[in-house]
Design a protein around this ligand. Structure first.
Ligand code: DAH
Length: 360
């Protein structure tokens, strides 16, 4: 017959010696688990005579209670020790400055921000956004837009050409967003009302020109779309974009092969002490080219010029970004200098909208 006192001493000293929860758990299993030493003893009660059971029952049950109690107490001690070890190992100095989270440290590039701003403004006027590839065919960049082969206007675009492909076709980096007008008109039936923001390329570099720059094209084709609509749209855009109550605009006659008549648009501004302000003053600043879409372009896109007409414009995004946010030089836009971006960039969650405000 098992010596209950001896077993009790053994088990209690094992409980006492358990250094962590895992060790304590294996003591518990060895004593109180299905095949544990105490559980085995409890099973013997069934086969005993009533007298034996009367004598041994309370002893064995008492042993089980004691071991259970010792294990519970030890468990608590171990948990307390683990907590105080953690508390003394992990220290937080609450006086240290808080580290900014990545989403508040990152910055949105002014060009991306300005594209969001102008998209919000034109979307409010019912425009959708169209896109096209940076690598274009000569046909879409020039010919379809009514630039005759050999016409001097082609030379003015300082085009980057790619090496001829196997069919001898020389692709190019689009020099303006206008080819997407053709892509839109050939893939979509009028009425059309789109803006086309995107990258454009010309062989040119100085303080206000970079080989890669950005334009936003606008195109409206409908049965009665006319110059008055164009003027109203551009005026509303400038007021919303530059956040002024009124802005005077000047339409100067100009030439583009794909519009007739064509104009360049200046907006009124004042320049005092190196600062440009809009909606006041006596100076003028050119911001875009525009005109009525040339009947040849409509025809090239399979649209009947006797039924449909429309207008288009092309505006330099980098230019209006520089003007709005007072950035004097265009080149740092594309130098990826984090110090410049920290200064001129925008917070990621300051998403421009007409209701929330374009500029934070
Ligand atoms: N594509 C012209 C350029 O880059 C800008 C332009 C002028 C676009 C008149 C137009 C337009 O859509 O109608 O110089």
């Amino acid at each position: 017959m098992t010596d209950l006192n001896q077993l009790e001493r053994d088990l209690l000293s094992q409980v006492d010696a358990a250094g962590d929860e895992a060790a304590l758990e294996s003591v518990r299993v060895s004593a109180l688990g299905k095949k544990g030493s105490v559980s085995e003893l409890l099973k013997t009660l069934g086969a005993m005579t009533p007298e034996e059971r009367k004598e041994r029952g309370p002893l064995i049950n008492g042993l089980r209670d004691k071991v259970q109690g010792a294990i519970a107490a030890k468990k608590e001690t171990l948990a307390e020790a683990a907590l105080s070890a953690r508390l003394s190992a992990e220290r937080i100095d609450v006086t240290l400055p808080v580290q900014e989270a990545p989403e508040s440290r990152g910055r949105i590039h002014p060009i991306s921000q300005v594209i969001e701003e102008l998209t919000a403004i034109f979307a409010d006027m019912g425009f959708s956004v169209a896109e096209g590839p940076d690598i274009e065919t000569d046909y879409l960049n020039f010919t379809a837009l009514n630039f005759p082969v050999g016409h001097p206007a082609r030379e003015m675009h300082d085009t980057f050409f790619l090496a001829p492909d196997e069919k001898g076709e020389r692709k190019l980096l689009r020099t303006h967003t206008s080819p997407v007008q053709v892509r839109t008109m050939t893939s979509k039936a009028p009425p059309i009302r789109v803006i086309i923001p995107g990258r454009t390329y010309r062989h040119d570099s100085d303080q206000t020109h970079t080989p890669m720059f950005h334009q936003v094209e606008g195109l409206v084709i409908d049965k009665q779309a006319n110059i008055a609509h164009l003027k109203w749209i551009l005026e509303e855009f400038c007021k919303a974009f530059f956040e002024v109550d009124q802005v005077k605009m000047r339409f100067r006659p100009s030439f583009f092969p794909f519009t007739e008549p064509s104009a360049e648009v200046d907006i009124q501004c004042s320049r005092k002490g190196g600062e440009i302000r809009f909606g006041e003053g006596t100076d003028w600043l050119e911001i875009l080219g525009c005109g009525m879409v040339h009947p040849n372009v409509l025809r090239n896109c399979g649209i009947d010029p006797d039924e449909y007409q429309g207008f288009a414009w092309g505006m330099g995004i980098d230019r209006i970004a520089m003007l709005k946010y007072g950035m004097p030089d265009l080149r740092p836009f594309f130098e990826a200098d984090v110090r410049w971006l920290n200064h001129y960039g925008f917070r990621p969650l300051d998403i421009p909208s007409l209701v929330g405000g374009l500029t934070a």
